[in-house]
Design a protein around this ligand. Structure first.
Ligand code: SAM
Length: 274
C-alpha cells in the first residue's frame, strides 16, 4: 500500500521531536559513551577530519558522538522543529565551540550542489519515517562524497508490518491517555513474553546506542509514517545507486515482528570518482 502524498508533511507525523526533547533531559555521560560505541561499531574508531551529515538528528546524541569521534564538521538536520531545538541544546551543552550547525530541513530538500557532499552521511532510523522511504534513500545517498560512506538503519520487513502500520496511524492521532493505555498493554505483554528477563533487559537498555526503553516504546508505538524493507531489497537498491556494501548488521531469517520490526544497520561506500 503506497503512502499518501500528505505524509511528506511533518504535521501528519508522530511527534518525534516532543519525545526527543523529553528524552534529552535524561542524557548522561554514560549514555553519551554508549552512543559513541554505537557509532564506532558502524563508522570505525575515528571520524577525524571528516564532514558528517546527520539526517533526522532527533535528540542530537549521535551528532554529539560524531564530534567526540573527531568529525571536523557536523551538519545536523531534522524536519521536526522540536528535534532541531533539542539537538541545538544538546550540542550547546556538550559541544560548544566545535564546528556544527543544526537546521530544520527535510531529506527531500537536500541537494549536493547547495550543501556539498559529505564523507559520512548518517541517518539512523529515519528514512522509513519520511513518508517516501525509497525517495529518501536516493536523496540521502546523493549526499555521499566519492570514497565516502552512507550509514543508515531501516526497519526490517516482517509478517506483522501491516498491523503496525494501522496501529501507528491510530496512535499518532490518539489522546495522551489512550497512548498511555496502549503503552501499558504493550509493556505488560513484553514482560509476560520475556519469562523473567524483562527487568534486566530494561536496565541494560542504554547499551543500545544510549537510548531509553520508555522513550523508545513511545517512539515505536507512534512512529508514523512507517515503512520497512528486507536486506536483499536494500542491497539491490543501493547497488543500483552505485554503492557497495562495506558492512551490515542484519538479523538472519524472516521475522514475525510481534513486538516490533527492529532495525537492520547498513554501511555502504561510494567508490572514488573514476
Ligand atoms: C526515530 S527518530 C531517529 C532519530 C535519530 N536519528 C536517532 O537515531 O536517534 C526519526 C527522526 O526523523 C525525523 N524525520 C522524519 N521525516 C524527516 C524528513 N523528511 N527529513 C528529515 N528528518 C525527518 C523525525 O522528525 C525524527 O526526529
Amino acid at each position: 500500500m503506497p503512502n499518501a502524498p500528505d505524509l511528506l508533511d511533518q504535521k501528519s507525523h508522530f511527534a518525534f521531536g516532543k519525545n526527543w526533547s523529553s528524552y534529552a533531559k535524561l542524557v548522561t555521560d554514560s549514555q553519551i559513551a554508549e552512543a559513541i560505541a554505537g557509532l564506532k561499531k558502524l563508522a570505525g574508531d575515528t571520524l577525524a577530519g571528516k564532514r558528517f551529515l546527520d539526517i533526522g538528528c532527533g535528540s542530537g546524541l549521535h551528532s554529539l558522538a560524531a564530534l567526540r569521534l573527531g568529525a571536523s564538521e557536523v551538519v545536523a538536520l531534522d524536519i521536526d522543529p522540536d528535534s532541531v531545538a533539542t539537538t541545538r541544546s544538546v550540542l550547546d551543552t556538550h559541544a560548544s565551540g566545535q564546528r556544527w550547525t543544526v537546521s530544520e530541513a527535510s531529506v527531500f530538500n537536500l541537494d549536493p550542489k547547495s550543501f556539498g557532499t559529505f564523507d559520512v552521511v548518517y541517518s539512523w532510523g529515519v528514512l522509513h519515517h519520511t513518508g517516501d522511504m525509497y525517495r529518501a534513500l536516493r536523496g540521502a545517498a546523493a549526499m555521499v562524497a566519492p570514497n565516502g560512506e552512507f550509514i543508515f538503519a531501516l526497519y526490517r520487513h516482517t509478517y506483522l508490518c501491516w498491523f503496525w502500520k494501522l496501529e501507528k496511524r491510530w496512535y499518532t492521532r490518539a489522546s495522551a491517555a489512550a497512548q498511555a493505555r496502549v503503552q501499558a498493554i504493550y509493556v505488560s505483554l513484553m514482560r509476560l513474553a520475556s519469562r523473567g528477563t524483562f527487568d534486566s533487559y530494561v536496565s541494560g537498555y542504554a547499551k543500545s546506542r544510549g537510548m531509553d526503553f520508555h522513550h523508545d516504546v513511545h517512539d515505536w508505538l507512534g512512529g508514523w509514517p512507517y515503512e520497512s524493507i528486507s536486506p536483499a531489497e536494500t542491497d539491490s537498491l543501493m547497488q543500483g545507486l552505485g554503492m557497495r556494501q562495506v558492512r551490515a548488521f542484519v538479523r538472519p531469517g524472516r521475522h514475525l515482528g510481534i513486538f516490533g520490526s527492529g532495525c537492520d544497520e547498513y554501511v555502504y561506500g561510494r567508490p572514488a570518482a573514476g
